[in-house]
Write a new protein. Sequence first.
Length: 405
Amino acid sequence: MNKNDRVIICGGGPAGLVSALSLVRQGIPVTLLEAFSEPPKDPRAATMHPSTLEMLDSVGLAAGVVEKGLMAPTFQFRDRKSQEIIAVFDMAHIADETDFPFCIQYEQWKLVRDALAALEHYDLADIRLGQKVVSFAQNYDGVTVVSENAGGDLEKLEGRYILACDGGPSTIRLGLGVFMSGFTWEERFLVLTMEHDFEKNDGYTIRNYVMDPAEWCAIFKVPGDGEPGIWRTLFPTDPNESDEQSLSDEMVGRRINGLRPDMDHKDILHRNLYTVNQRVADRFTIERIFLAGDAAHLNNPLGGLGLNTGIHDCMNITRKIGDVWHGRAQPEVFERYHRQRHQLATEFLQSVTIENKKRIEETDPEVIKANQQQLRENAEDPAKAKAWLMRSSLLDSVRKEETIE
């Protein structure tokens, strides 16, 4: 095997590692570069939608995710003040559309480790952790990437393509000068992790969206280190709050006390603060370089769509790389990747995540009432429930992608 004849993947998060697995299963050599020497156990995305489970199944990962994750066949909307359950969406309504009529709660760092373990079985997979990308170039014949290890040693790699899965502050995207159109929300999101069982003690499901004009929140369960699992709550913060204020015992205690009067900051296991963007890269394809995942688009986390659409990007582009690599298609097909994924990121991902946020933070009493009534009608009518779930599960998005030429 010519070591220069490979795909160089920059970034070892879920998108990068699923891409690597997809490529080597097609007989395509990869070298993956990741700055972290070990996948961080950070409290990031954890919801796997049906459409994504289908894709993970195609690379041999879904069975493990379903076995080790928490199955969420329903999700609910609540009113925070009254604690009234406004609507419960049952994903059984899409059982005739997918083999996975449920979501799975499974932390993304665990998916990363599953993919790393799977890649150990492939000689075509050259996985290099602790290697930071410092520069890159491309020409008519191929691409070049220079990486640096923890000791400051540099190494030059050559390949046929670069797949940039290196996150929001992407070295590759910034180096290319590709602009990300969109905006950044004024408020940041505070994520608090705790052991309090909201299902047993408060009647919540595994996935919950709590509507409130003053301070909405999302509550969901993840496996953690095992039974009984842990719970995460997500709150908006005041744009005028400093990081220190948002993360302080006083403010954390006030927020959680607003959900449960008998709880305070001492019940919190972890607290994290995130800046929230709604942005899409202007280009996903630049000759031999492809952007995917957070390197290509950023959105607020309500609905759990960021991780999922990143994997969708990668399954799309790796199929096209496979077709070109094995002579089934010409390189012009890569432009279709840009058209398909850019259109869906712009028209679907951004609109749905913005709608999700606006729905649960609405302040106008009449609009709140109308929104809640619409949610009830959508959840209780089988046809409307199916349409809602097809959209929220990204199954509609995947099927629309196939129609974009």
